[in-house]
Design a protein. Sequence first.
Length: 351
Amino acid sequence: MSNEKRNGLIGMRVIATLGIALYHFELSFPFIEGKQIMSTAYMFVEFFLVMSGFFMAMTLSRKEKTLYRVMIDRFVRLWPAYIMGLILLPVVYAITWFNGDYVEWLKDGSHFKSYIVEFIMLQCTGISGLKYINGPSWYVSAMFICTPIVYVVIRLKKIGGALAGVLSTVIYLLAFYYLKEPDMPMEGFIFGYIPAPLFRASAGMLLGVAAYSIFDTLKLVIDKIPSVIVTFVEGIFICCILRMCYFRQSSFINWLILIPIVGIIILMMAENRGVFSKVLYSKKLDYFAEISYSFYIMQSFCSNFLSCFLPDIKQPYSTLFYLLLNFGMAVIVHEVFERSISCFLKKCVLF
């Protein structure tokens, strides 16, 4: 792994992926009967959105790329694991309700239309009414669709970072004002026609662009800060992120999580002199970070597997089984499918 990638964000990525997976799992298998302790852990998605915008801005600042090449690169990176999740999840549904007839399940209701739109990562356009087969994949679709918007802002160079910060703030405020609630849904439209997931994704990614601009401006200053102070600030940021994702009810206040998310990304991308960065960039976490995307994609399959075939399994066995199953499926999808499909796409599309 290159020095550019070796930083504390490796561990933060693992933490965020695990948090999102447990959040979705707890919707069906609560850890404490009658109470959801991870009711706001969905906000870990913001970490990935901001990080995506940050790295996109950093990459384009170092190497000129056309929008076409950026979209192709992103497609090759996202689609292989994504498509396996889409193909495998209906297997559970087909076995449970259609005697294993996959095609019959697709023909039932609006599934076929949703399947086709989701197949090409465009379900967040609203073409199929924002109906999802693999629910967590909304994030992938939204990020893919919002990439051209973020690309245009980044290409504005000197004013791009400032503009990204302003646009991100405006988009978040418009979404909150219109929805009148802190939880941005995976379904629904802002102003009646703009898909809500695109608001959330574009705001998060643009905030990442603004974060890179801050990082690029302050990097030399951050490098001179004593490591003990960096460690202290990192600790505060990490505690704030975890606190806002656990044991809290939905509230607009929770969106203050964006501040420590931006802060921790900037600090960990600097010189990794904080203790938390050094712990979280451990090589032992490399493989977990490598398969984290497949882990994210397969969480719905694993959760539905338990709901359909082992509905009466109790805690803590349900969580342990779920995590083991999710990890196993992530390894299989990553090693068997994601690698080979990515390699094939690179040869066919990029070269």
